[in-house]
Design a binder for this molecule. Structure first.
Ligand SMILES: Cc1cc2nc3c(=O)[nH]c(=O)nc-3n(C[C@H](O)[C@H](O)[C@H](O)COP(=O)(O)OP(=O)(O)OC[C@H]3O[C@@H](n4cnc5c(N)ncnc54)[C@H](O)[C@@H]3O)c2cc1C
Length: 302
């Protein structure tokens, strides 16, 4: 059986960046992932990643996959269902095939929790959004709602306040569970709070109204869902990796607690941005290159 130098699990910005670095270092690389499930597929315009202004997430992913293949990385659109470590890592995909690799890089991202509100799927990216840092800019001086009841929602509101003061935080029928420090900031900014349950997002081509459970209609230019995220912890359990708050723990070189297993990007926590993911993907890739080639240093002049 062919043994890869590294097998990269995932197909978002982290995985593709790790692949381009390892492939260009002439390692034998296999990427296994499902690009249609990357968070980036719902991004309409990557205006905050330099060089991609006006480009959509799917366009970026397609170009990325083309680029890694050009440099010799193999790419397989599949789900990884099992991984174990013996002498090497053995990886099984949903189509029941097995692959073997000296190292692995886990780049499996996170999944943002949906709200399950009628109209949410249809209007996603069209007035209903999930990330202020990604999609907040067009709402400068506009009227915006944020749906959520935790610190995540409060942080999204605080980020929006740099763009607009007209922000309403809607807990969607739950009690607010926000730290005192963040709540003090929200109160100081005099944002509006609502505890109503939201029953529907309405609009033809874009969001026009938010309908509450008591049929009250609210008009917002845009709404941001801030309900936290679920993480791909299955690998952590299979390989007994260290985790913290449901994210994989890595050191400054992207190493997990298991020799030969690296992780990077959104599955390790922190900011949900391409720049962060790409940087960490590069970092983990360089650690893998050093390990596989037995180098003390690689592209580090310190
Ligand atoms: C609506 C929206 C707009 C956004 N806009 C921007 C923006 O403008 N600029 C910006 O910088 N960021 C933006 N982001 C954030 C950005 O998408 C994420 O930060 C980035 O995609 C995280 O990269 P990642 O590679 O860590 O994870 P992901 O891109 O989510 O990739 C993880 C991949 O791993 C795969 N995977 C998971 N489990 C398995 C498995 N078992 N087997 C195989 N594959 C698996 C998933 O299918 C997925 O393809 C946006 C996000 C959203 C939701």
């Amino acid at each position: 059986m062919l043994i890869y130098d590294t097998l990269i699990i995932g197909s978002g910005p982290t995985a593709l960046t790790a692949a381009v670095f390892t492939a260009r270092a002439n390692l034998k690389v296999l990427v296994i992932g499902e690009p249609k499930k990357s968070m980036l597929v719902s991004a309409a315009d990557l205006g905050n990643y330099i060089g991609t202004d006006g480009m959509s997430g799917p366009e970026w992913l397609d170009k990325g996959i083309e680029q890694i293949k050009k440099y010799g990385s193999e790419f397989l659109e599949q789900e990884v269902v099992h991984v174990e470590k013996r002498e090497n890592f053995k990886i099984k995909t949903a189509d029941n095939k097995t692959y073997e690799s000296k190292t692995i890089i886990i780049c499996t991202g996170v999944a943002l929790r949906p709200a399950g509100i009628a109209g949410e799927k249809e209007l996603l990216g069209k007035g209903v959004h999930t990330c202020v840092a990604c999609d907040g800019w067009p709402y400068k001086q506009k009227k915006v709602g944020v749906i959520g009841n935790t610190n995540h929602a409060a942080e999204e509101v605080i980020e929006l306040l740099a763009l607009t003061k007209d922000v309403t935080l809607i807990s969607n029928g739950k009690e607010f569970s926000i730290s005192k420090e963040l709540m003090d900031e929200l109160n100081k900014a005099k944002i509006k709070f609502l505890k109503d349950k939201v029953s529907e997002f309405k609009g033809e081509k874009k969001l026009e109204k938010v309908i509450l459970a008591d049929n009250q209609e609210l008009v917002f230019d845009g709404v941001f869902l801030a309900l936290g995220a679920t993480t791909a912890l299955a690998f952590a359990q299979k390989l007994a990796l260290d985790t913290k708050n449901n994210y994989l723990v890595v050191d400054s070189e992207g190493k997990t607690s298991l020799d030969g297993c690296y992780a990077a990007g959104a599955c390790t926590g922190g900011n949900l941005q391409i720049a962060k993911s790409a940087g960490e993907g590069c970092n983990a890739a360089i650690s893998v290159i050093k390990k596989v080639k037995g180098l003390a240093n690689y592209s580090d002049l310190t």
